[in-house]
Design a protein around this ligand. Structure first.
Ligand code: DGL
Length: 271
């Protein structure tokens, strides 16, 4: 048993896809979330800048003495995870391995699509992970840089014509390949799940990398005897690097719970 909190971070709202699943699977765990809203989007940054930001995000979360940190960000998971793991003496979990396992287990026709940020697609981390797990799988990948700003601005509902048009344009070549599984390789994208699912059609399974990572983390903590004692309700704290209002409003919609009282602003550049 280990009562210490779990730290989770992303560039903004996207990591809440992991938080929601962590809270559902492990309601007794204390969670500390950091969304780097002052520096979002991460996906178009260089590797050096991403490593610098990720180190600061981890340093901030480590001030809470967590038992583990979840990199609920596809961009950081694909570009900086190994650096973070080497530098830290607590488990640092990323989204790629869990999501690749899910996709390999899910596909029937061996055709898997991947959408993500520029940095994620450029890294080819999913191709490497899938080649290892399922060598005959063919992957079609596409960077979708406009989707994160759409989500951060709350434009993710069905019926939003701009969101529907951008999603259709990005996904057309992937749908044309006949994929039966689509990895939503950026943790922001599940907020667009209805729009993406509608465009891809019923036969295509969407892999939510944040939720898959949360399931993986729950399994690893259980295996290592690191779960919090049961019988209490875990606390959830949220920190951002820009103003709290917009984050609180959108996070409350996504988490279906009013979190506004629990959101605080910090200066991430001081870490
Ligand atoms: N949600 C993050 C990801 O999974 C970051 C997106 C961004 O800030 O560009 O890649």
């Amino acid at each position: 048993m280990d009562p210490r909190p779990i730290g989770v971070f992303d560039s903004g709202l996207g990591g809440l896809t992991a938080v929601r699943e962590l809270a559902r699977l492990m309601p007794e765990e204390d969670l500390v979330y950091f969304g780097d809203t002052g520096r979002v989007p991460y996906g178009s940054r260089s590797r050096d800048i991403l490593i610098k930001y990720a180190r600061q995000d981890v340093a901030f979360l480590r001030s809470f003495r967590p038992k583990a940190i979840v990199v609920a960000c596809g961009t950081v998971s694909t570009t900086a995870l190994e650096v973070l793991q080497q530098e830290n003496d607590i488990p640092i979990f990323g989204v790629v391995e869990p999501a690749a396992h899910a996709a390999a287990g899910q596909t029937s026709n061996g055709r898997v699509g991947l959408i993500g940020t520029n940095a994620t697609i450029r890294s080819r981390a999913y191709e490497r992970a899938l080649a290892h797990l399922s060598p005959h799988t063919q992957m079609t990948a596409r960077a979708c840089p406009l989707l994160v700003p759409l989500v951060e601005n709350g434009r993710f509902q069905m019926g939003d014509q701009v969101a529907e048009q951008i999603v259709a344009e990005y996904l057309a070549p992937i749908r044309a390949k006949g994929v039966d599984t689509l990895i939503l390789g950026c943790t922001h994208y599940p907020l667009l799940r209805d729009v993406v699912g509608h465009y891809m059609g019923h036969g295509v399974t969407l892999v939510d990398v944040g939720a898959q990572c949360a399931r993986w983390v729950a399994g690893q903590l259980e295996r290592d005897g690191l779960r919090a004692p049961s019988g209490k309700e875990g606390s959830h704290r949220y920190f951002v690097s820009d103003s709290t209002e917009d984050f609180a409003a959108l996070a409350s919609i996504f988490l279906e719970e009013d979190v506004s009282a629990g959101v605080e602003q910090i200066d991430i550049t001081s870490y």
